[in-house]
Design a protein around this ligand. Structure first.
Ligand code: ADP
Ligand code: MG
Ligand code: MG
Length: 248
């Protein structure tokens, strides 16, 4: 589904990604772990097409298409979802408005009819229930005054509504308590653990990977994948730390 070959990227002239290769097949969940500053978030931003991140080499194919040629909104309409470590607040816009606009913009791009207000609300209620998020939260302004856990649940509701083919989730577990972690992890499984979908899960911690069990674990260091293993690699990292595991 997603094939990254020898990808290099710079921010402001500084090389951050340095020959990164990674391939995710349909039905697979891949975890990316790595020390702070390794380039994990940069990879997520480059996949999303964020301005200021300059690709200087390599290629990314998504479902057979050249992802890097596509505009950010085209990537989203093609089924790529990005979940970020620090969700933005949008004062003055309710979650319901925001999510409906986002969904209908993507449907339009794909040549599909927009959902009516009633159809959308039914879908939103279903996904909010899945993430155990009160519908009242969705009527509030996007992320304004939300706790860390509520922001992540709201983001997973968004993912459920958009129903992407592929999700890149950057530290979705950061700042979550044990209960929220379980709800968010179960939500990721319910929405994304499907034979035709794929997931790149960026995390520092093993605990999310106990809920969303990865098929592969990669270590990203200094802008490239330096080691790949099974879920056991995450256990080993937790026990021994990056330096020892990478040196082995
Ligand atoms: P990670 O998510 O693995 O912790 P990042 O992708 O956030 O790492 O950062 C990788 C490197 O890129 C770090 O050295 C960081 O300081 C640098 N970096 C990130 N964003 C910027 C930026 N906007 N301008 C300059 N350097 C940046
Ligand atoms: Mg970091
Ligand atoms: Mg990061």
């Amino acid at each position: 589904m997603l094939q990254i070959d020898n990808l290099s990227a710079e921010i402001g002239g500084t090389k951050i990604l340095d020959g990164l290769s990674l391939s995710v097949g349909a039905g697979e969940v891949h975890a990316i772990m790595g020390p702070n500053g390794a380039g994990k978030s940069t990879l997520a931003y480059v996949l999303g097409g964020r301005p200021g991140y300059e690709v200087t080499g390599g290629s990314v194919r998504f479902q057979g298409k050249d992802l890097l040629e596509m505009e950010p909104h085209e990537r989203a309409a093609a089924g790529l979802f990005l979940g970020f470590q620090y969700p933005v607040e949008i004062p003055g816009v309710s979650n319901v408005q925001f999510l409906r606009e986002a969904l209908n913009a993507q449907r339009k791009e794909r040549g599909e009819e927009p959902l009516t207000g009633g159809e959308f609300l039914k879908l939103a209620k279903e996904k909010a229930a899945l993430l155990k998020l009160d519908m009242d939260m969705l009527k509030r302004h996007v992320n304004v005054g939300f706790s860390g856990g509520e922001k992540k649940r709201a983001e997973m509701v968004q993912m459920g509504i958009l129903d992407p083919a592929f999700a890149v989730l950057d530290e979705t577990d950061s700042g979550l308590d044990i209960d929220s972690l379980r709800v968010v992890g179960d939500g990721i499984n319910a929405i994304m653990r499907q034979p035709e979908k794929g997931v790149l899960l960026i995390t520092h911690y093993q605990r999310l990977l106990q809920v969303v069990q990865p098929d592969y674990v990669h270590i990203l260091s200094q802008g490239r994948i330096v080691k790949t293993g099974s879920a056991d690699l995450a256990h080993q990292l937790e026990a021994e730390g990056y330096d020892r595991v990478m040196a082995a």
